[in-house]
Design a protein around this ligand. Structure first.
Ligand code: TRP
Ligand code: SF4
Length: 360
């Protein structure tokens, strides 16, 4: 059966981004990526994917949770407002064309380019509990280049830490285009610049630090977590004046509270007119309201995991159609297309053979 082509929604430029399947997402993911993705889906032809092969580059020995983490993560994507009517969601390993392009790129990517990627050196030094001296870990940015270029993405929304990878993607595209023929457009970076929300203890919000507010947390949990949040450490007693600019609670106010509340906290904290307990309560009131629609959507999807899987299955099919198209052009450019794959050539050859036959 020939499937009808999904209609290209206008000629919108294409955006692609991926996330490793880490399970439930938290407020840091929402502010640092998902809110941006939700906006982008209105304007661009967006492809968002579960980067399960990327997870293997560091966690190859620990694959037991990929299925569960994928479901949880994508449930949170949908909860955040990502919409399968507007964007395409898929699982990397369900579009194995990424792997073929990765292999072809690996032939033309100089080792020096990979050894120079800043996150490579950093992670090799920092991560000591697993052996990252693998082929796959070094080649990680090549896989990322394949992820991006196989969809001819025009833009890649990423945080600062990923910008070097997109730069390498551009270099690989240039090298491919110059060795063979011009097939792959160079993608641009859309840097996500929203100010980060600190974790409950003031450090970067991270699951592994245990300082996160999860999108799946209910109201009571959110309030409890906030009541235990770190404040200005100099404000030990109720009467000590505080410094909102260094207090993580104030960072949340700035993002979620009404302007008059922000102004009030800003001044009353400095004079100890407001106490931290009240201040946190005010902030929690706002945050809980902001998270309510997310929790509501989450409940709906969490009750029907089948719906989430269907979205990924359908999206993976659609992504695969697009990936195959590019891969066809790549094979063509690299002269990896054979006569038997060209109906015109086989027919012409057959016709010649037939003519030779009948003229005899
Ligand atoms: N490397 C990204 C991360 O760890 C995930 C990722 C993989 C990605 N391929 C991508 C992001 C392509 C953007 C585009 O967060
Ligand atoms: Fe932080 Fe609010 Fe306490 Fe000031 S009053 S230190 S802003 S929690």
């Amino acid at each position: 059966m020939v499937r009808p082509r999904s209609p290209q929604v206008g000629d919108r430029p294409r955006v692609l981004s991926g996330m490793r399947p880490t399970g439930r997402l938290h407020l840091g993911h929402l502010v640092g990526a998902l809110e941006n993705w939700v906006k982008l889906q209105e304007q661009y032809d967006c492809f968002f994917f579960v980067a399960d092969w990327h997870a293997l580059t560091t966690d190859y020995a620990d694959t037991g949770k990929i299925n569960e983490h994928t479901l949880q993560m994508v449930t949170d994507w949908l909860a955040a407002g990502l919409d399968p009517e507007k964007a395409t969601f898929f699982i990397q390993s369900r579009v194995p064309e990424h792997a073929e392009l990765h292999l072809l790129f690996s032939m033309i990517t100089p080792l020096g380019w990979l050894e120079r990627v800043p996150s490579y050196k950093e992670q090799r030094e920092q991560i000591r509990d697993k052996d990252l001296g693998t082929y796959g870990f070094l080649g990680y940015p090549v896989l990322q280049a394949a992820d991006i270029l196989i969809y001819k993405a025009n833009y890649v929304p990423v945080g600062e830490d990923q910008a070097a990878h997109v730069e390498l993607t551009r270099e690989i595209a240039r090298r491919f285009n110059s060795i063979y023929t011009e097939v792959l457009p160079e993608p641009g970076v859309l840097l996500t610049t929203t100010p980060k929300l600190p974790g409950l203890d003031g450090r970067k919000m991270s699951k592994s630090y245990g300082n996160a507010i999860d999108l799946a947390d209910d109201e009571e949990t959110v309030r409890k977590k906030i009541s235990g949040m770190l404040t200005d450490p100099q404000r030990k007693r109720r009467n000590d004046p505080g410094r909102p600019e260094i207090c993580p609670v104030f960072g949340y106010h700035r993002r979620y509270s009404k302007p008059e509340v922000i102004a009030r906290v800003d001044s009353e904290c400095r004079t100890a007119a407001i106490g931290c307990v009240e201040c946190k309560g005010l902030m929690a009131d706002h945050l809980v309201v902001a998270l309510e629609p997310i929790r509501e959507r989450r409940r709906k999807y969490a009750e029907q995991p089948r719906m989430v899987w269907d979205i990924l299955v359908e999206g993976s099919r659609k992504a695969q159609r697009s990936a195959r198209e590019t891969l066809g052009q790549v094979r063509e450019a690299m002269k990896l297309v054979f006569d038997f794959e060209r109906p015109e050539k086989s027919r012409a050859a057959a016709a010649t053979a037939a003519r030779v036959h009948t003229s005899r």
